[in-house]
Design a protein around this ligand. Structure first.
Ligand code: AMP
Length: 395
Protein backbone atom coordinates (compact mmCIF):
# COMPACT_ATOMS: atom_id res chain seq x y z
CA UNK A 1 0.00 0.00 0.00
CA UNK A 2 2.06 2.90 -1.30
CA UNK A 3 -0.79 5.37 -1.63
CA UNK A 4 -1.93 8.19 0.63
CA UNK A 5 -5.48 8.86 1.81
CA UNK A 6 -7.34 12.09 2.59
CA UNK A 7 -6.13 11.70 6.20
CA UNK A 8 -2.56 12.30 5.03
CA UNK A 9 -3.36 15.59 3.27
CA UNK A 10 -3.75 19.10 4.62
CA UNK A 11 -7.04 20.07 3.02
CA UNK A 12 -7.75 23.43 4.70
CA UNK A 13 -8.22 26.23 2.18
CA UNK A 14 -7.13 23.97 -0.70
CA UNK A 15 -8.85 23.19 -3.99
CA UNK A 16 -9.11 19.39 -4.24
CA UNK A 17 -9.56 17.91 -7.71
CA UNK A 18 -11.53 14.72 -7.17
CA UNK A 19 -11.75 12.18 -10.00
CA UNK A 20 -15.07 10.40 -9.52
CA UNK A 21 -17.09 7.86 -11.50
CA UNK A 22 -20.64 9.16 -11.86
CA UNK A 23 -21.21 7.50 -15.22
CA UNK A 24 -24.76 6.65 -14.17
CA UNK A 25 -27.65 5.29 -16.25
CA UNK A 26 -30.01 8.00 -17.53
CA UNK A 27 -33.44 7.70 -19.10
CA UNK A 28 -35.57 10.61 -20.37
CA UNK A 29 -33.16 13.10 -18.84
CA UNK A 30 -33.23 11.55 -15.36
CA UNK A 31 -30.74 9.43 -13.47
CA UNK A 32 -32.32 5.99 -12.94
CA UNK A 33 -29.74 4.50 -10.56
CA UNK A 34 -27.85 6.78 -8.16
CA UNK A 35 -25.55 4.09 -6.70
CA UNK A 36 -22.36 5.59 -8.15
CA UNK A 37 -23.34 9.09 -7.01
CA UNK A 38 -24.19 7.88 -3.48
CA UNK A 39 -20.82 6.16 -3.16
CA UNK A 40 -18.77 9.35 -3.64
CA UNK A 41 -20.57 11.24 -0.87
CA UNK A 42 -18.15 10.27 1.97
CA UNK A 43 -15.19 11.66 0.02
CA UNK A 44 -16.90 14.96 -0.77
CA UNK A 45 -18.10 15.32 2.83
CA UNK A 46 -14.65 14.59 4.28
CA UNK A 47 -13.04 17.19 2.02
CA UNK A 48 -15.59 19.79 3.08
CA UNK A 49 -15.08 18.82 6.72
CA UNK A 50 -11.34 19.33 6.31
CA UNK A 51 -11.95 22.83 4.91
CA UNK A 52 -11.18 21.99 1.28
CA UNK A 53 -13.18 22.71 -1.88
CA UNK A 54 -14.06 19.56 -3.85
CA UNK A 55 -13.86 20.08 -7.63
CA UNK A 56 -15.31 16.95 -9.22
CA UNK A 57 -13.88 15.64 -12.49
CA UNK A 58 -15.75 12.84 -14.26
CA UNK A 59 -16.47 11.29 -17.62
CA UNK A 60 -19.90 10.47 -18.98
CA UNK A 61 -20.43 8.13 -21.93
CA UNK A 62 -18.02 8.01 -24.86
CA UNK A 63 -18.09 11.39 -26.64
CA UNK A 64 -14.60 10.74 -28.08
CA UNK A 65 -13.20 14.23 -27.65
CA UNK A 66 -16.26 16.06 -29.05
CA UNK A 67 -18.95 18.11 -27.37
CA UNK A 68 -22.07 15.92 -27.40
CA UNK A 69 -25.03 17.67 -25.70
CA UNK A 70 -26.66 14.37 -24.59
CA UNK A 71 -23.45 13.48 -22.76
CA UNK A 72 -23.33 16.61 -20.63
CA UNK A 73 -22.82 15.89 -16.94
CA UNK A 74 -25.43 18.57 -16.19
CA UNK A 75 -28.02 15.77 -16.18
CA UNK A 76 -26.46 14.36 -12.99
CA UNK A 77 -26.70 17.64 -11.08
CA UNK A 78 -30.12 17.15 -9.37
CA UNK A 79 -29.17 13.65 -8.18
CA UNK A 80 -25.75 14.86 -7.01
CA UNK A 81 -27.25 17.79 -5.10
CA UNK A 82 -29.85 15.49 -3.49
CA UNK A 83 -27.16 13.00 -2.43
CA UNK A 84 -24.94 15.73 -0.96
CA UNK A 85 -27.78 17.79 0.50
CA UNK A 86 -26.31 21.00 -0.91
CA UNK A 87 -26.05 23.05 -4.10
CA UNK A 88 -23.33 22.14 -6.59
CA UNK A 89 -21.78 24.68 -8.97
CA UNK A 90 -21.67 23.26 -12.50
CA UNK A 91 -18.79 24.57 -14.61
CA UNK A 92 -18.58 24.09 -18.37
CA UNK A 93 -15.22 25.77 -18.87
CA UNK A 94 -13.31 25.92 -15.63
CA UNK A 95 -10.51 28.41 -15.02
CA UNK A 96 -8.40 28.96 -11.91
CA UNK A 97 -9.59 32.55 -11.29
CA UNK A 98 -13.24 31.63 -11.42
CA UNK A 99 -12.71 28.72 -9.01
CA UNK A 100 -10.72 30.95 -6.62
CA UNK A 101 -13.68 33.37 -6.47
CA UNK A 102 -16.13 30.71 -5.21
CA UNK A 103 -17.07 30.88 -1.53
CA UNK A 104 -15.67 28.35 0.95
CA UNK A 105 -17.91 25.30 1.31
CA UNK A 106 -18.70 25.20 -2.44
CA UNK A 107 -18.77 21.93 -4.34
CA UNK A 108 -17.95 22.14 -8.06
CA UNK A 109 -18.76 19.71 -10.87
CA UNK A 110 -16.74 20.19 -14.05
CA UNK A 111 -18.25 19.23 -17.44
CA UNK A 112 -17.46 15.81 -18.97
CA UNK A 113 -13.68 15.38 -19.13
CA UNK A 114 -14.02 13.33 -22.31
CA UNK A 115 -15.33 16.34 -24.28
CA UNK A 116 -11.64 17.29 -24.52
CA UNK A 117 -9.57 15.20 -26.94
CA UNK A 118 -6.61 15.39 -24.55
CA UNK A 119 -8.38 13.37 -21.86
CA UNK A 120 -8.24 9.86 -23.33
CA UNK A 121 -4.93 10.64 -25.07
CA UNK A 122 -3.49 11.57 -21.65
CA UNK A 123 -2.15 14.68 -23.30
CA UNK A 124 0.43 16.48 -21.11
CA UNK A 125 -1.15 19.86 -21.93
CA UNK A 126 -4.54 18.67 -20.71
CA UNK A 127 -2.95 17.25 -17.55
CA UNK A 128 -1.19 20.59 -16.91
CA UNK A 129 -4.46 22.46 -17.43
CA UNK A 130 -6.28 20.20 -14.96
CA UNK A 131 -3.44 20.56 -12.46
CA UNK A 132 -3.76 24.37 -12.68
CA UNK A 133 -7.31 24.06 -11.32
CA UNK A 134 -6.35 22.43 -8.01
CA UNK A 135 -3.79 22.10 -5.25
CA UNK A 136 -4.30 18.40 -4.50
CA UNK A 137 -5.53 15.48 -6.61
CA UNK A 138 -7.77 12.85 -5.06
CA UNK A 139 -8.71 9.78 -7.10
CA UNK A 140 -11.98 8.19 -6.04
CA UNK A 141 -12.69 6.36 -9.30
CA UNK A 142 -11.28 2.84 -8.99
CA UNK A 143 -13.56 1.83 -11.86
CA UNK A 144 -11.65 4.20 -14.18
CA UNK A 145 -8.20 3.29 -12.78
CA UNK A 146 -7.41 0.81 -15.58
CA UNK A 147 -7.29 3.71 -18.04
CA UNK A 148 -4.31 6.05 -18.26
CA UNK A 149 -6.16 9.29 -18.99
CA UNK A 150 -5.30 12.91 -18.18
CA UNK A 151 -7.80 13.00 -15.30
CA UNK A 152 -6.75 9.63 -13.85
CA UNK A 153 -2.96 9.51 -14.25
CA UNK A 154 -1.65 12.65 -16.02
CA UNK A 155 -2.83 15.04 -13.32
CA UNK A 156 -1.78 12.63 -10.54
CA UNK A 157 1.84 12.96 -11.71
CA UNK A 158 1.69 16.76 -11.31
CA UNK A 159 -0.05 17.29 -7.96
CA UNK A 160 0.23 15.80 -4.47
CA UNK A 161 -2.18 12.88 -4.78
CA UNK A 162 -4.24 10.58 -2.62
CA UNK A 163 -7.02 8.01 -2.77
CA UNK A 164 -10.59 9.02 -1.91
CA UNK A 165 -12.70 7.03 0.52
CA UNK A 166 -14.27 4.76 -2.11
CA UNK A 167 -10.93 4.04 -3.77
CA UNK A 168 -9.43 3.43 -0.33
CA UNK A 169 -12.16 0.91 0.58
CA UNK A 170 -11.87 -0.79 -2.78
CA UNK A 171 -8.07 -1.07 -2.71
CA UNK A 172 -8.04 -2.26 0.90
CA UNK A 173 -10.59 -4.98 0.11
CA UNK A 174 -8.77 -6.08 -3.02
CA UNK A 175 -5.36 -6.10 -1.37
CA UNK A 176 -6.76 -8.17 1.50
CA UNK A 177 -8.24 -10.66 -0.96
CA UNK A 178 -5.42 -11.20 -3.41
CA UNK A 179 -2.20 -9.39 -2.51
CA UNK A 180 -1.97 -10.64 1.10
CA UNK A 181 -4.89 -13.03 1.56
CA UNK A 182 -5.52 -15.04 4.68
CA UNK A 183 -5.19 -18.63 3.42
CA UNK A 184 -6.66 -20.89 2.25
CA UNK A 185 -7.83 -18.57 -0.53
CA UNK A 186 -10.16 -19.60 -3.32
CA UNK A 187 -12.03 -18.11 -6.25
CA UNK A 188 -15.18 -18.73 -8.21
CA UNK A 189 -14.71 -17.93 -11.88
CA UNK A 190 -17.86 -18.41 -13.89
CA UNK A 191 -19.59 -16.76 -16.81
CA UNK A 192 -19.74 -17.37 -20.48
CA UNK A 193 -16.30 -17.80 -21.96
CA UNK A 194 -12.76 -18.91 -21.26
CA UNK A 195 -11.47 -16.63 -24.03
CA UNK A 196 -12.31 -13.43 -22.10
CA UNK A 197 -10.74 -14.67 -18.87
CA UNK A 198 -7.50 -16.43 -19.85
CA UNK A 199 -5.18 -13.89 -18.21
CA UNK A 200 -7.32 -13.93 -15.10
CA UNK A 201 -7.32 -17.74 -14.82
CA UNK A 202 -3.57 -17.89 -15.43
CA UNK A 203 -2.92 -15.38 -12.67
CA UNK A 204 -5.28 -17.02 -10.21
CA UNK A 205 -4.06 -20.61 -10.47
CA UNK A 206 -0.59 -19.63 -9.31
CA UNK A 207 -1.93 -17.75 -6.29
CA UNK A 208 -4.90 -19.75 -5.07
CA UNK A 209 -5.57 -22.92 -3.14
CA UNK A 210 -8.93 -23.56 -4.83
CA UNK A 211 -10.46 -22.51 -8.14
CA UNK A 212 -14.14 -23.21 -8.77
CA UNK A 213 -14.94 -23.05 -12.47
CA UNK A 214 -18.56 -22.62 -13.50
CA UNK A 215 -20.90 -21.40 -16.21
CA UNK A 216 -20.32 -21.84 -19.92
CA UNK A 217 -16.60 -21.71 -19.20
CA UNK A 218 -16.81 -25.00 -17.27
CA UNK A 219 -18.12 -26.65 -20.45
CA UNK A 220 -14.86 -25.86 -22.24
CA UNK A 221 -12.90 -27.42 -19.35
CA UNK A 222 -15.12 -30.52 -19.36
CA UNK A 223 -14.69 -30.77 -23.13
CA UNK A 224 -10.92 -30.61 -22.59
CA UNK A 225 -11.30 -33.74 -20.45
CA UNK A 226 -13.23 -35.51 -23.21
CA UNK A 227 -16.89 -34.69 -22.57
CA UNK A 228 -19.13 -34.24 -25.62
CA UNK A 229 -21.58 -31.56 -24.65
CA UNK A 230 -24.07 -31.29 -27.54
CA UNK A 231 -25.28 -27.72 -28.06
CA UNK A 232 -23.74 -26.36 -24.83
CA UNK A 233 -21.95 -23.03 -24.96
CA UNK A 234 -18.24 -23.80 -25.24
CA UNK A 235 -15.13 -22.76 -27.14
CA UNK A 236 -13.38 -25.59 -29.00
CA UNK A 237 -10.53 -23.20 -29.89
CA UNK A 238 -9.74 -22.80 -26.20
CA UNK A 239 -9.57 -26.45 -25.21
CA UNK A 240 -5.77 -26.30 -25.24
CA UNK A 241 -5.90 -23.19 -23.06
CA UNK A 242 -8.10 -25.05 -20.59
CA UNK A 243 -5.64 -27.96 -20.57
CA UNK A 244 -2.71 -25.62 -19.93
CA UNK A 245 -4.55 -23.94 -17.06
CA UNK A 246 -5.40 -27.30 -15.47
CA UNK A 247 -1.79 -28.48 -15.77
CA UNK A 248 -0.50 -25.25 -14.25
CA UNK A 249 -2.97 -25.50 -11.39
CA UNK A 250 -1.85 -29.03 -10.62
CA UNK A 251 1.80 -28.00 -10.62
CA UNK A 252 1.10 -25.08 -8.27
CA UNK A 253 -1.13 -27.03 -5.90
CA UNK A 254 -4.34 -25.21 -6.79
CA UNK A 255 -7.33 -27.57 -6.67
CA UNK A 256 -9.75 -27.06 -9.56
CA UNK A 257 -13.38 -27.83 -8.88
CA UNK A 258 -15.46 -28.55 -11.99
CA UNK A 259 -19.17 -29.42 -12.03
CA UNK A 260 -19.96 -33.11 -11.46
CA UNK A 261 -23.57 -32.69 -12.54
CA UNK A 262 -25.57 -30.17 -14.53
CA UNK A 263 -29.02 -29.01 -15.59
CA UNK A 264 -29.53 -29.75 -19.27
CA UNK A 265 -32.25 -28.28 -21.46
CA UNK A 266 -33.07 -28.06 -25.15
CA UNK A 267 -34.06 -24.39 -25.10
CA UNK A 268 -32.35 -21.32 -23.67
CA UNK A 269 -35.37 -19.82 -21.96
CA UNK A 270 -36.90 -19.30 -18.56
CA UNK A 271 -38.81 -22.35 -17.34
CA UNK A 272 -37.38 -24.62 -20.08
CA UNK A 273 -37.86 -28.36 -19.48
CA UNK A 274 -34.67 -29.73 -17.98
CA UNK A 275 -33.02 -32.78 -16.46
CA UNK A 276 -30.19 -33.26 -13.99
CA UNK A 277 -27.37 -35.30 -15.50
CA UNK A 278 -23.96 -36.43 -14.27
CA UNK A 279 -21.04 -34.57 -15.89
CA UNK A 280 -17.54 -35.90 -16.45
CA UNK A 281 -15.05 -36.95 -19.12
CA UNK A 282 -17.41 -39.71 -20.33
CA UNK A 283 -20.50 -37.52 -20.74
CA UNK A 284 -22.11 -37.57 -24.19
CA UNK A 285 -25.10 -35.28 -24.74
CA UNK A 286 -27.53 -35.31 -27.66
CA UNK A 287 -26.83 -32.69 -30.35
CA UNK A 288 -29.60 -30.38 -29.15
CA UNK A 289 -28.94 -30.64 -25.41
CA UNK A 290 -27.14 -27.92 -23.49
CA UNK A 291 -25.82 -27.57 -19.97
CA UNK A 292 -27.28 -24.34 -18.57
CA UNK A 293 -26.36 -24.62 -14.91
CA UNK A 294 -24.33 -26.67 -12.46
CA UNK A 295 -26.43 -29.37 -10.79
CA UNK A 296 -27.37 -29.76 -7.11
CA UNK A 297 -24.44 -32.03 -6.23
CA UNK A 298 -21.98 -29.54 -7.75
CA UNK A 299 -23.59 -26.58 -5.99
CA UNK A 300 -23.35 -28.42 -2.68
CA UNK A 301 -19.71 -29.35 -3.37
CA UNK A 302 -18.91 -25.67 -3.96
CA UNK A 303 -20.73 -24.64 -0.78
CA UNK A 304 -18.85 -27.34 1.17
CA UNK A 305 -15.50 -26.27 -0.27
CA UNK A 306 -16.14 -22.72 0.96
CA UNK A 307 -16.16 -24.06 4.53
CA UNK A 308 -12.41 -24.66 4.30
CA UNK A 309 -11.57 -21.20 2.95
CA UNK A 310 -10.64 -18.03 4.78
CA UNK A 311 -10.76 -15.81 1.68
CA UNK A 312 -12.91 -15.97 -1.46
CA UNK A 313 -12.87 -13.96 -4.68
CA UNK A 314 -15.89 -14.26 -6.98
CA UNK A 315 -16.35 -13.34 -10.62
CA UNK A 316 -19.07 -14.70 -12.87
CA UNK A 317 -22.19 -16.83 -12.39
CA UNK A 318 -22.23 -20.66 -12.23
CA UNK A 319 -24.97 -20.86 -14.83
CA UNK A 320 -27.35 -18.90 -17.04
CA UNK A 321 -28.62 -17.05 -13.97
CA UNK A 322 -30.91 -14.68 -15.89
CA UNK A 323 -33.31 -17.54 -16.71
CA UNK A 324 -34.90 -19.53 -13.89
CA UNK A 325 -34.25 -22.24 -12.76
CA UNK A 326 -30.73 -22.01 -14.16
CA UNK A 327 -29.84 -19.54 -11.41
CA UNK A 328 -29.99 -22.26 -8.75
CA UNK A 329 -26.34 -23.22 -8.41
CA UNK A 330 -25.29 -19.55 -8.32
CA UNK A 331 -27.90 -18.88 -5.64
CA UNK A 332 -26.90 -21.87 -3.49
CA UNK A 333 -23.18 -21.08 -3.65
CA UNK A 334 -23.75 -17.34 -3.13
CA UNK A 335 -25.91 -18.01 -0.08
CA UNK A 336 -23.20 -20.24 1.39
CA UNK A 337 -20.50 -17.59 0.87
CA UNK A 338 -22.79 -14.90 2.29
CA UNK A 339 -23.56 -17.01 5.38
CA UNK A 340 -19.87 -17.67 6.12
CA UNK A 341 -19.03 -14.01 5.58
CA UNK A 342 -21.80 -12.90 7.90
CA UNK A 343 -20.59 -15.35 10.53
CA UNK A 344 -17.13 -13.80 10.23
CA UNK A 345 -15.25 -16.89 9.04
CA UNK A 346 -14.80 -15.81 5.39
CA UNK A 347 -13.54 -12.66 3.67
CA UNK A 348 -15.49 -12.51 0.41
CA UNK A 349 -14.81 -10.05 -2.39
CA UNK A 350 -16.82 -10.08 -5.62
CA UNK A 351 -17.03 -8.00 -8.76
CA UNK A 352 -16.87 -7.66 -12.51
CA UNK A 353 -19.49 -7.85 -15.25
CA UNK A 354 -22.68 -9.68 -14.38
CA UNK A 355 -21.47 -10.73 -10.96
CA UNK A 356 -23.06 -7.86 -9.08
CA UNK A 357 -26.44 -8.57 -10.73
CA UNK A 358 -26.14 -12.31 -10.04
CA UNK A 359 -25.31 -11.81 -6.35
CA UNK A 360 -28.04 -9.19 -5.96
CA UNK A 361 -30.51 -11.62 -7.48
CA UNK A 362 -29.31 -14.30 -5.06
CA UNK A 363 -29.97 -11.90 -2.16
CA UNK A 364 -26.35 -12.39 -1.06
CA UNK A 365 -24.82 -8.96 -1.70
CA UNK A 366 -25.39 -7.42 1.72
CA UNK A 367 -23.42 -10.13 3.49
CA UNK A 368 -20.40 -10.28 1.19
CA UNK A 369 -17.40 -8.51 2.71
CA UNK A 370 -16.98 -6.28 -0.33
CA UNK A 371 -18.66 -6.02 -3.71
CA UNK A 372 -16.86 -3.99 -6.32
CA UNK A 373 -18.98 -2.19 -8.87
CA UNK A 374 -15.92 -1.61 -11.05
CA UNK A 375 -16.21 -3.92 -14.08
CA UNK A 376 -13.10 -3.70 -16.25
CA UNK A 377 -10.81 -2.43 -13.49
CA UNK A 378 -11.82 -5.33 -11.19
CA UNK A 379 -11.08 -7.87 -13.93
CA UNK A 380 -7.70 -6.31 -14.72
CA UNK A 381 -6.87 -6.40 -11.04
CA UNK A 382 -7.81 -10.11 -10.97
CA UNK A 383 -5.47 -10.56 -13.93
CA UNK A 384 -2.66 -9.20 -11.76
CA UNK A 385 -2.14 -6.11 -13.94
CA UNK A 386 -0.91 -2.88 -12.49
CA UNK A 387 -3.71 -0.32 -12.78
CA UNK A 388 -2.25 2.98 -14.06
CA UNK A 389 -4.65 5.11 -11.97
CA UNK A 390 -3.49 3.34 -8.80
CA UNK A 391 0.19 3.28 -9.78
CA UNK A 392 0.06 7.06 -10.35
CA UNK A 393 -1.00 7.55 -6.73
CA UNK A 394 2.12 5.78 -5.56
CA UNK A 395 4.67 8.23 -6.94
P1 AMP B 1 -19.58 -13.19 -18.05
O1 AMP B 1 -20.00 -11.83 -18.55
O2 AMP B 1 -18.43 -13.77 -18.77
O3 AMP B 1 -19.42 -13.21 -16.56
O4 AMP B 1 -20.76 -14.18 -18.42
C1 AMP B 1 -22.04 -14.07 -17.87
C2 AMP B 1 -23.01 -14.74 -18.77
O5 AMP B 1 -22.70 -16.13 -18.88
C3 AMP B 1 -24.43 -14.67 -18.28
O6 AMP B 1 -25.18 -13.94 -19.19
C4 AMP B 1 -24.88 -16.12 -18.22
O7 AMP B 1 -26.19 -16.31 -18.71
C5 AMP B 1 -23.91 -16.80 -19.14
N1 AMP B 1 -23.79 -18.23 -18.83
C6 AMP B 1 -23.33 -18.78 -17.69
N2 AMP B 1 -23.40 -20.12 -17.75
C7 AMP B 1 -23.90 -20.45 -18.95
C8 AMP B 1 -24.18 -21.68 -19.61
N3 AMP B 1 -23.96 -22.84 -19.02
N4 AMP B 1 -24.69 -21.63 -20.86
C9 AMP B 1 -24.91 -20.42 -21.44
N5 AMP B 1 -24.66 -19.24 -20.89
C10 AMP B 1 -24.16 -19.24 -19.65
Amino acid sequence: MGWKTLDDMDLAGKRILVRVDINVPVEDGRVTDTTRIDRIVPTVRDILKGGGMPILLAHFGRPKGQYVPEMSLRVTLPALEAALGQAVTFVERPDPDMLAALPAGSVVLVENTRFAAGEEANDPGMARFLASLGDIFCNDAFSAAHRAHASTTGVAELLPSCAGRLMQAELSALEAALSHPTRPVGAVVGGAKVSTKIALLENLVVRLDLLVIGGGMANTFLAAQGAQLGASLREPDFIDTAKTIMARAEKKGCRILLPVDGLVAREFKSGADHDVIALGPETILADDQMVLDAGPESAQAVADAFNDLKTLIWNGPLGAFEISPFDRATNVAAAAAAGLSKAGSLISVAGGGDTVAALNQAGASDDFTYISTAGGAFLEWMEGKELPGVAALEH
